[in-house]
Design a protein around this ligand. Sequence first.
Ligand code: SF4
Length: 369
Amino acid sequence: MKITFPHMGNTYLPVKAMFDDLGVEVVLPPKNSKKTLEIGTKYSPELICLPMKINLGNYIQSIEKGADTILVTGSCGPCRYGYFAEVEKEILKDLGYDVEFVILEAPDGDLKEFYNRVSRVANTKNMIKIGKSLKNGIQVLRKLDKFEASVLKLRPYEKNKGEIDTLYKELIKNLEKSTGSSQMIKYIHQAQEAIKDIDLQKDRDVLKVGIVGEIYTIIEDFANIDIGKKLNELGAEVHKSHTTSGWVLEHLFYNSIGSTREKQVRKAAKPYMKTMVGGHGRETIGNTILYTKEGYDGVIQIMPFTCMPEIVAMSILPKLQQEYGIPILTLIIDEMTGEAGYVTRLEAYIDLLRNRREKYKNEKMLSWR
Ligand code: SF4
């Protein structure tokens, strides 16, 4: 059995660590690229959302490298993600690829069922071994997500431009050549120490931007055209409202004990959206409100073209903009999105946030007099 799985940000590293610990061979798809998207777009239904097109490209590239089993997470609820795997299976069959799909549904507290499914791909029924590898994989995932969050927060303050990027790239390179979770954890700890030594100019006038929207587009930098780095370069620290570790922990553990963060988000969204609309539409509303209350300068909603839950959320965002007085920008991405136009929109948005901050500063000074 040679397992593959789709790319979503840095998630391939902890998943690889988990399978390395289990002694299962994995075939990593090449990093997402124009070629991946071209392949996926060619064989996907025209109006399906971008994540499926990229996923399909990942599978075909992996199959060509020898993968015979595809591991994906499933979903239920009013969103197309729930049928991605079924559609992909049919497409791959029509193309003549003979592969097995293993779908891991979010257990929602039912850990036993989750372990049963994992044991199929883990190639062992030894629950202790599976549990340990899963725990270690999650540990790598959490630490890596935390490191990425500090990169997005600290990069706009660095004195010598490019130092954090170099450190980050070096870490990814080391993780890619690592085998198993303990080696990966060692490299992440080293990077965590090294980032503390980077010279920062803390008094720099840096904006704060929160990113809300569809989870895949937020996490996968190829899909979001590296929005975090672009905003950092324009002088804004960035916080992404979704991470893979957040999603895993939410569905694996917190749902069964009642997560405080999830509750907070839902409570904030409730006056505007009472029910789940699929994907993370409700979280887009709740997180926008929380970012506003936490003093962020702006919020960017990012989503694939035709993403239904985010279209619903988008229709409510103008009301939040008006009531909370926070500028909200919506970016819709598909395979036709050009980088130049995208950057121009970000630049104009950052100019607006800067002018707004200046205006408030001046008003504050005048009212003090
Ligand atoms: S959340 Fe949106 S983009 Fe993601 S699968 Fe569902 S419809 Fe598609």
